[in-house]
Design a protein around this ligand. Structure first.
Ligand SMILES: Cc1ncc(COP(=O)(O)O)c(C=O)c1O
Length: 403
């Protein structure tokens, strides 16, 4: 059994905010001491730029930085460190694939498939690529429970489809999509698939090889690591075929005024000075996560999600948005006659930290005909008392607005 109280002790922020129910983990997670110390140590004792210097500090920084590829490969089941590209986050990884992988092979009349529940980061880059090339964006429909229609998806896949981009876990609805099955369906038509793992990498077992995912992207800051760094996993043959996306230092083989040749992947996608301390901090986050049991994390979140949905169902005038059977502890809701931002503001007064708005998923808001939701999203250090604090505060808000 996962012991959230014990895990909590590893996160210094909670000693400063002991009564805060931090339920905004889908936006960003808190950082364990091991990650903070790794970053501090790097700046205090190991700071140098990478790949350039021959002095001890630079050599050590380069080794530490490069070693993180193997840690990340281990975390997501990637075959080798060379398939791990450092980016600045999920958004950057998707833009890279859309522009460098998809766009050169996208022609007028082609199609790209995404789902109804994509974060804007996994929608706009594909939409822009389609617009530039005269291709069409197709959208897998979902039902009122927040579940994707797989038969519609199967019918959508055709010889015109060039790419599928899918979120593993919805940041708004908590729905867990059957990505392995959906990848297999796309592959039957020879279509490559990118999986957006922003909300899944911290809590779910990921195995890009078993899934046969073509690309998998995520952000460090949503998996207990620092901001400003993320990962793009790509199959070796895809990365090898992709032209560089940005140009500059550290991504070249040879430069002359007449012509430049580029380094192999992953270096060719890492132009300029990358977030070195961030990458090293991400390595510490990967180690931290590897020390936890993913099955126990799942059980813990399932229980918290269940408890939260049950507690919220008891509050008059409160509607939970999305109720997929296969969902994680991300719970979006609306309160009758109260704006989601007001709900979040009142919750903040009761030391409950949540997010309100469209959560960068405006199509979901349009589908449910709402302007926004208030969202509580849980993680490994959340406990039952936080569900109660949320529910009690919501009951108070509901009472306040109903008189
Ligand atoms: C499902 C999903 N995809 C993509 C993103 C974008 O992540 P980032 O802003 O770290 O690039 C988020 C962030 O909330 C997300 O939840």
């Amino acid at each position: 059994m996962l012991d959230p109280a014990k895990i909590r002790q590893q996160f210094p922020i909670f000693s400063h905010y002991p009564k805060l129910a931090y339920l905004d983990n889908a936006a960003t997670t808190q950082k364990p001491k091991a990650v903070i110390e790794t970053i501090t140590n790097f700046y205090e004792k190991g700071n140098a730029n990478i790949h350039r210097g021959v002095y001890e500090l630079a050599v050590r920084a380069t080794q530490q930085y490069e070693a993180v590829r193997q840690k990340v490969a281990g975390l997501i089941g990637a075959p080798k460190p060379e398939t791990i590209v450092y980016t600045t986050g999920t958004t950057a990884g998707i833009n890279l694939v859309a522009q460098s992988f998809l766009e050169p092979r996208l022609q007028s009349g082609d199609e790209v498939i995404i789902s109804y529940m994509e974060h804007h980061a996994n929608l706009i880059p594909w939409q822009m690529a389609c617009q530039r090339q005269g291709a069409s964006l197709r959208v897998i429909p979902m039902n009122e429970h927040g579940v994707l229609d797989l038969s519609a998806y199967r019918e959508m896949l055709s010889s015109r489809t060039r790419m599928v981009a899918l979120v593993h876990v919805s940041n708004t609805l908590g729905t867990i999509n059957p990505v392995e099955e959906m990848i297999a369906m796309a592959h039957e038509q020879g279509v490559p698939v990118l999986v957006d793992g922003a909300q899944s990498v911290a809590h779910f077992p990921i195995d890009v090889q078993a899934w046969d995912a073509d690309f998998f992207v995520f952000s460090g800051h949503k998996m207990f690591g620092p901001t400003g760094v993320g990962i793009l996993y790509g199959k070796e043959e895809h990365l090898a075929a992709m032209p560089p996306y940005q140009f500059g230092g550290d991504m070249i083989r040879d430069v002359a005024f007449e012509e430049t040749t580029f380094a192999e992947a992953p270096q060719r996608f890492e132009a300029g000075t990358t977030p070195i301390a961030g990458v090293i901090g991400l390595g510490a986050a990967a180690d931290f996560l590897q020390g936890l049991d993913k099955t126990e994390i799942q059980a813990h979140l399932k229980q918290l999600g269940h408890a939260a949905r049950e507690a919220l169902a008891r509050i008059d005038g409160l509607r939970v948005i999305g109720n997929a059977e296969n969902a994680t502890a991300i719970v979006s809701f609306v309160m009758e006659n109260v704006h989601p931002h007001d709900v979040a503001t009142f919750l903040a007064e009761d030391q409950v930290a949540v997010r309100a708005g469209h959560h960068c998923t405006q199509p979901i808001m349009d589908f449910f005909e709402i302007a926004g939701t208030t969202r509580a999203s849980f993680s490994i250090y959340n406990e039952q008392w936080e569900v109660e604090q949320l529910a009690e505060s919501l009951a108070r808000i509901q009472k306040f607005f109903s008189v």
